[in-house]
Design a protein around this ligand. Structure first.
Ligand code: UDX
Length: 432
């Protein structure tokens, strides 16, 4: 089929490349000329394992194209995926839908035959209704169908999550569109993906409810971890102990720093505004947002406690600064609050990240990027393991670090408490 992906970010570029790899003709459209030129030259603007090869393979076999011409690309495609950003509006909880409605009007002008217009971006419930209203101002309803098809891609695992989704959610009451989309996704369905057809609003809500539930699950285990530290038990035992209950499940039960990323913070806030709009108080999700927002200062209190209140002139190193491993995404990463706060208290902060130096830290005094792990930690009083990259999982701290009585604060519990004790390392984890 002829597909047009509008927006070449995490969602549009990954989905476009994967759809091309399934044999479809895909054109990825972006208004950013430089981005499109870089893509045509094989330069991928995002860090996503496996994406570069997938894009190059499908670009070379001409199944995947890049263009800045939205109108021409829409005109020659049957299915249009809207994959533009829906960030949280400044100083509010609302999703900013300006890009969605802007491209909707541009798509409208290029509808020359029946088109399926899909929101793959995460959009608040009833956005599909608005899109339908905007288009039907100028185009007859028989010429288009607006469908919700949310993505469930995790950064760092996006290609795998596309090829092996737990489910494909298609929100439409239009049987023609449903049939066409079931055919589009048939290669994944034949590999075991569940295909569910719901109303458009249900599909839009499924996305927010999914992310809010996952954020709740993580916040739950993080709060239990706080209790574990007071009681003196290991949160890992609790995660395993409850996770073996099939009704709970063991995934997303790893205690850590505050959750971050481009989705959980944004989507939990957005669903609360949807609740308010429909006069339904989503009190649990509101408390999840509050608990997570408080978590980073909890981590900082712990650093203060570990260093016995003496932070000034201490050498503190961060291993990893992105919101999680296997991504270069800094959005809502707890390091964005922790590093400036510690530097402000007079600590000398080194950091190393496998995805390289971060602009945001360049302008902060006493914060230095180091090219490798050893340089970052060699003279540390305190090493903070911030993300769970594999690179950080077998460091021989005693042989690398020159300082006596150095401390390791493992925010991802990637080391075994007992092994660190055996190696006589002052070790602190989360919930243990
Ligand atoms: C998430 C959803 O998983 C994905 O389905 C959706 O499409 C987009 O949002 P992503 O934000 O890429 O994906 O990251 P994810 O792996 O879900 O982690 C989100 C945050 O939760 C990260 O900060 C991560 O460190 C944290 N996390 C995750 C935990 O603290 N513990 C866990 O057990 C899992």
């Amino acid at each position: 089929m002829k597909l047009c992906m509008i927006g070449t970010g995490y969602v549009g570029l990954v989905s476009g490349a994967c759809f091309a790899d399934l044999g479809n003709d895909v054109v990825c459209v972006d208004k950013d000329f430089n981005k499109i030129n870089r893509l045509k030259n094989g330069v991928i603007p995002i860090y996503e394992p496996g994406l570069e090869e997938l894009v190059k393979k499908n670009y070379n076999n001409k199944r995947l194209k890049f263009s800045t011409d939205l109108n021409k690309s829409v005109a020659k495609s049957n299915i249009i995926f809207i994959c533009v950003g829906t960030p949280t509006k400044k100083n509010s909880n609302f999703a900013d839908l300006s890009q969605i409605y802007k491209v909707t009007k541009e798509i409208r002008g290029s509808i020359n035959k029946f088109k399926i217009i899909i929101t793959k971006s995460t959009v608040p419930v009833t956005t599909g209704d608005q899109i339908e209203k905007i288009i039907s101002k100028k185009k007859p309803k028989k010429l288009f169908s607006v469908v919700s098809n949310p993505e469930f891609l995790r950064e760092g695992e996006a290609i795998r999550d596309f090829i092996y989704p737990d489910r494909i959610v298609i929100g439409t009451n239009n049987s023609r569109s449903n049939k066409i989309l079931k055919n589009l996704y048939s290669p994944l369905i034949s590999k075991g993906a569940k295909y569910i057809n719901t109303s458009r609003r249900a599909s839009e809500l499924i996305k927010y409810a999914s992310n809010s539930f996952l954020a709740t699950k993580i916040t739950f285990i993080n709060e239990i971890a706080n209790l574990c530290e007071k009681i003196g038990v290991d949160i890992e035992d609790i995660s395993i102990g409850i996770g073996l209950d099939k009704r709970i499940g063991g995934r997303f039960l790893r205690a850590g720093p505050a959750y971050g990323g481009s989705c959980f913070p944004k989507d939990t806030k957005a669903i609360v505004t949807t609740g308010d709009k429909f006069k339904t108080n989503l009190s649990l999700i509101k408390s999840v947002i509050k608990s997570n927002q408080k978590r980073t200062s909890l981590m900082l209190d712990k650093v203060n406690e570990i260093l016995k209140g003496r932070i000034k002139n201490k050498n503190i190193s961060f291993l990893g600064v992105t919101f999680k491993a296997n991504t270069d995404d800094m959005r809502d990463s707890s390091s964005l609050l922790m590093i400036p706060s510690l530097a402000k208290k007079g600590a000398k902060v080194n950091y190393y990240d496998p995805t390289g130096e971060k602009k945001i830290f360049k302008k902060i005094k006493n914060v230095t990027y180091c090219e490798n792990i050893n340089t970052a930690i060699r003279f540390s009083d305190l090493v903070i393991i911030h993300t769970e990259w594999n690179d950080f999982k077998s460091i021989n701290f005693n042989s690398v670090i020159k300082k006596k009585n150095f401390i390791v604060y493992d925010l991802r519990n990637i080391y075994s408490h007992s092994k660190m004790k055996k190696d006589k390392i002052n070790y602190f984890g989360v919930g243990r």
